[in-house]
Design a protein around this ligand. Sequence first.
Ligand SMILES: Cc1ncc(COP(=O)(O)O)c(C=O)c1O
Length: 412
Amino acid sequence: MEAATSHLLNVRADFPILAREIDGRPIVYLDSAATSQKPAAVIDALGGYYRRHNANVHRGVYTLAQEATELFEGARERIAAFTGGETATTIFTGNATEAINLVAYAWGRDNVGPGDVVLLTQMEHHSNIVPWQLLAEEVGADLRYLEVSDDGQLSLDQLDTELATGRVKLAAFTHISNVLGTINPVAEIASRVRAAGAVSLVDGAQGVPQIAVDVAGIGADFYVWTGHKALGPTGVGVLHGRRERLEDMRPFLGGGDMISTVGWEKSTWNELPWKFEAGTSMIADAVGLGAAIDYLTALGMDRVRAHEHELTRYALTRLAEVEGLRVIGPAGADERGGVISFEIEGIHPHDVAELANRENVCIRAGHHCAMPLMRRLGVPATARASFGPYNSQADADALVGALQRARDVFGL
Ligand SMILES: Cc1ncc(COP(=O)(O)O)c(C=O)c1O
């Protein structure tokens, strides 16, 4: 019999933090959905920028300023190419949350009015709920939610029903759920939303780190993501926007860099993308994110996906051995990214995470910034393990071992 080919990557050594031991034991990092660890290439790019090239961008004529500008704008070009976006419509923000707020303010305040509907889903992160609540409250719009089925899926029929009302102005939905792991058919949703004359925003915070993303192919009006979950530094996120939308929008924040001319009474705006980048940007972080994207490009996003798929399938099989453990979300690894939320009968998720920590197994417990989804699932919280390119089957084994011992501690 031929052995099945393994798609698992072997890149743990590229991540310096994972060489660290705590109390003489290695770190089993299973919280990449919260933030990823960083390869040496990213840490070196950050340090290298500050050691050799630091200056403010765009305005300086001296060599350092030119180098800083080239590094910053070069990172933007590579990041745009990585996600299939145009360079001019790839805007740096502080994180995904800021990118969503940018759209909610700069597009939402001028385009959503009383009685209009902003359509969300029950599986959204608070980042993709609260900015719309603030907008709806201010302009008198209604929020509606696509339901999540018991196996963690959205219904396209319900989407059609909502769109048929003619009231939906914007639909905002996640690419991959940070709780359920569900991979949503975002291109199909965006196309139906567009056909109904509404605008779409995809929250790609969990998408870009895990699967090959082509924002042009997805065809949404806005696609946002965050650098720190994609092996990059904190402090930098990305908004990809459809050019005509961005051109029609008023700026979000006013200040330096985003203007073309400033008079006593009025100003005119800089071209895209800088119209939406007020003040000094997170230059070093953008350069660091460029290095992260280079690293992911060299690995290949198809290989990253194959790795996480295989690891998720393995972990699901191993977790099934733990008595009383219930996995939340789609049943199989094919329909999900590398995120597994679960509960263990008789142990609160916080205790699960606490006991796992005694063995250096880093998992998260709580509502995962998705309180409405917890309500829908009928649970106060879940425990969650999530994978990155640096994880291995041994990490999943360590998790299962820690969970078995947690059951022992509770006398289960
Ligand atoms: C699905 C999803 N959307 C948005 C965010 C927000 O990302 P950030 O805090 O970097 O803005 C997260 C982070 O957990 C997320 O998982």
